[in-house]
Design a protein around this ligand. Sequence first.
Ligand code: OXD
Ligand code: MN
Length: 596
Amino acid sequence: MVIENVTKNQSVLDWVKDKIELVQPDKVVLIDGSQEQIDALRAEACSTGEMIKLNQEKLPDCYLHRTAVNDVARVEGRTFICSREEKNAGPTNNWMDPEKAYKMLYDIARNSYKGRTMYIIPYSMGPIGSPLSKVGIELTDSIYVVLNMCIMTRVSTKVFDVLGDSNDWVRGLHCKCEINEEKRYICQFPEDNTIISVNSGYGGNVLLGKKCFALRIASYQGWKEGWQAEHMLILGIENPQHEVKYICAAFPSACGKTNLAMLIPPETYLKKGYKVWCVGDDISWIRKGADGRLYAINPENGFFGVAPGTNEKSNPNALASTKKGTIFTNVAHNLDDNTVWWEGLDKNPPTNAVDWKGNPWNGQTSEEKGAHPNSRFTAPAVNCPCLSPEFENPNGVPISAFVFGGRRAKLAPLVYQSRDWNNGVFVGSIMASETTAAAAGAVGVVRRDPMAMLPFCGYNMGDYWQHWIDIGKTLDPDKAPKIFNVNWFRKSDDGKFLWPGFGDNLRVLEWIIDRCEGKVDAVETPIGYVPNAEDINLEGIEDEVSRDTLKSILNVDKDLWKEETKGIEEFYAKFGDTLPEELKHQLSILKENLDK
Ligand code: OXD
Ligand code: MN
């Protein structure tokens, strides 16, 4: 099938023709998302060694892929926002002049598909035809990208029917080139709805629907069009009366976001009939509905999850999601039964295996890791046992609360509620996490990551905060989601975690929902409202968490917060005149409250 047969959209036809002339593929293939085509591409990728077909009894339709060893993660240092004015990229993004960037990227891309095939992937972020969805087209020379996009997005030529002759679609050009680190660039052109990614073959750099479109480009579109693209999971909490309330939550990496999105309620809650539903694990697109409330969809169609640490205990729903139709990237390959393994899957590493680099590996004796710490599974959302029945709802789900979070050993209490919307925007803007041993560099260093959007905001973060404030102005305070902050990671002086986390986090979410419903009181502190210790349900974990321990992790230490305001001030100073007045005001209120 050729593209001219499925669309007459001139902007699409012109752009594709132009890019074909640029990169000079031997062959052009239009991807229609059909099972037949997917099967043929899987077979082709296996015949060239690009993918390995896994044990089809244990892992039906599952495959393994290894990237180049120099190409295993997103590369923030080589990711650019190419807005016409540097100021519009803001102080937290790398910026490149668009004219220069196009020239440089086209020089790299020119003739790079010689001897290769161009795949044209038409896809929808969000259910096809939903008023909250958007269309993208990615051109790629990688079958791995095609097959991942077929899991992570809705790939179909039907998107052309939805698009008609509109110019509102996102252009994505991906060229593997030589996977040269020195010439690797991930460039977003928000003013042109365009993404160009060269010299990488790894997930977040090349699955252009995800971070590049659904966050960087979409956050800019949301700013211009009056909606929001956020780095937030979406979950639904069903109570024993079968009422479901939805929460969107943002966390920096290494805070258990995927685990929270697929939380299994504690035994006592299960017995009473509570359920948790996953709508999304990473990204939310949010818009005001006809009833004046905010509604969110998950624009993705799969999970691109970190494999290490995922196991039957930490996240059985994620693990179950990987059991069919999944592509594993950079995990260890168990040759005995042709399955996969990663650190933290179980205590029984394979002895006859191949590590993520492709070398023979004995998990019982080797000092090296079998799977790369950022190895991934790309799993279809439909596999998830707790996938929300609302997952395909084109209108999204109504949001009761926004939850921000971070990893703070001493500072932030287990949970607090902002005083109002603008105070909640302030709480999101000061989000920060202390680094763990999982990342390179010093441990315990505070890294600011406002709304968990630091590497994903497609425009000036100051304007982004103002956009949050402006959205609040359009909402009736009774209908606006309430805004909270959580911290699952408070530690004792001897370094032990004081809150059990995982499924028990539902106890905190329950308080959050009760606050949204006006069912429970709270204590006012300088930073916002904190629960009365009696109001967090500890049934079943009294032995682990005493009321006194709970009280200690709900406390707000004024001296630590005074120190914190200095860090906030320093961070805010970067934004100059783009820092919203309202946030300056919020910071001064916090300081006053702490001095009282
Ligand atoms: C992700 C990330 O992979 O946020 O989702 O880095
Ligand atoms: Mn993410």
